[in-house]
Structure formats: structure tokens, C-alpha cells
Design a protein around this ligand. Sequence first.
Ligand SMILES: [Zn+2]
Ligand SMILES: [Zn+2]
Length: 307
Amino acid sequence: MIAQGFQSKLPTFYTLWDYFTLDPPFFNFRECVYLYDLHTHSACSDGELSPSALVDLAKSRGITTLALTDHDTVAGLIEAQRAAGDDLRIIQGIEFSSLWNGHGIHIVGLQIDMASPVLQAAVAQQQQSRFERARAIAQRLEKVGIQGAWEGVQYYAKDAVIGRPHFAQYLVDTGYVNSFAQAFKRYLGTGKPGDIKQCWSNIETVVQWIRSSGGIAVLAHPDKYGMTHTKLYHLLEDFVAIGGHALEVVSGQQDSRVTDKLYRAAKDFSLLASCGSDFHALGQGRQPLGQYSPMPEGCQPVWEYFS
Ligand SMILES: [Zn+2]
Ligand SMILES: [Zn+2]
């Protein structure tokens, strides 16, 4: 059951080459590659691919509308736009980190005007916050015996904004942990030494930044915050009250029970529905580009409001 205007491309569409190059979940017929992917990352934040490589991959998979939503930066949008040409529509996006009642909450802005002075100032402010947060994480890690993290993350991030995945990479490469998952479990995840979120602007400010720059404010991956139903509904009440527009009803290959829950929540709060892979990198265990669980029929898709 797929919402109107939301077509899937079944695996038979692909060439033999695609079978070798697509990620393993491709073989699961429930997981189709869709025309829209409204949540993706490039190497301008913590993704693996350059914006143009991301666009090339999207084209090769038959995606027609791609939102580049890097963390707290719009640095990749011009390159993505240039690489897209006429074959692929790029939605100018961003994923802002924000704070709500002590929880770190991600808000995606879609169809933002990247030249808007409000947005430019917001990005500058968030990048300063990211810099200070990265220093604080490095200091905390040093206190628990991990040396050199500050220099390490700067090496990995290069010109990109520093994020926790850069710390995770450092921890893996220096042998403190065996995997990204272990890095988050021991050092970077919720309640661990590197979990610093007090630096972010509050959610109301972030939604206003997006609205002021002409964008659509989307509450990203609501199931990833580990909230109870009551708390999630409290968050949504506030999100609607401050002018939020949409809920990411589908984020990557999520459980159908989660989709049902978020579909009901979108209905209860009259929010538009968004969807995307939250693609960061190729490889086993990562969310593949353009592949995510189906959107339930009856959702009001956010792309119907794209101008
Ligand atoms: Zn996020
Ligand atoms: Zn994301």
C-alpha cells in the first residue's frame, strides 16, 4: 500500500550491474527504491560521499527528487544542484540540531532559501556551537583516558562540520573500540561522556529559522529519541504550537509498527508526512539511499507542498 503519487521501482527495473552494486536490503522486495529521498547526508557533514557523488548515486537508482539535508550546513547544496542538472530535482535542505526539554531533537528544513540572511546567521551560530561541543567532547574523552581526539576529529572532518561520527571514526581507528556501534555505546551515545547537547538552540528558535527562510519544518526520525508515547505526543504538541509542518513518518527501513504509530501521530496532529533514508554511507548495516519502508496510504505527503 503506497500513497498516491508515490511510486516504487521494483527490482526487475534494474540491470545485472545494479544487483552487484546495490546494498543487500535491495533483495528484500518490501524495500523498494523510491522516487523521493528527502533526508540524506554528504561529506559536507558526516556523510561519506561528496554532494556530486551522492547525486550520481541517486540518478543511478532512479530517484527523481533528492533533498540534501546535511547537519547544520548548506555547504553542499550548490555542488549538488550543479551535478543534478535537469535529470534530478534537488530540494535545498538542512538538518538542524535542537534542544527540547533536555532532549536533542533533529529538525529537517526542506525547500529553505539558502541565501536567506536568517538561515546564514543560523548556520554560523550552529557551526560555532558544533565547534564548542566538539571541544567539550574531546575534553570529556580525555578525562576518561582517550588522548588526541581533538586533533583526530579535525583530521577526519577536514572542512566539514565536526560531528560525533568523526569521534567514532577516531575511536575505531585508534583501537579504543571495535566498531561505530561500540563507540556510541561506550563513549558517544545518550548518557555517555561524549553526549553533550546543551549547546543547541531551542526547538522554537530552530523552527523559526526554517520558517523565516521559507522552508518546511520536519521533525526528523521521531522513533530515534527513545520517547514514550506520552512524551512524543507532548513534543508534537509543542512542535505544532511553534509552527512545525511535518513529521518524518518513515525514516529508513523501520519496523511497520513504528510506521503505524507515526502515521497515527501525523493524523492526530494534522502534520504532513515526510520520508527519507537518512543516508550517510554505503555498506553493510547502513541505510541505503532511496530505500526505506513504504509510506502508509492516507498520509498527506510533504512533497505536494513543494513549490
Ligand atoms: Zn538526525
Ligand atoms: Zn540525518
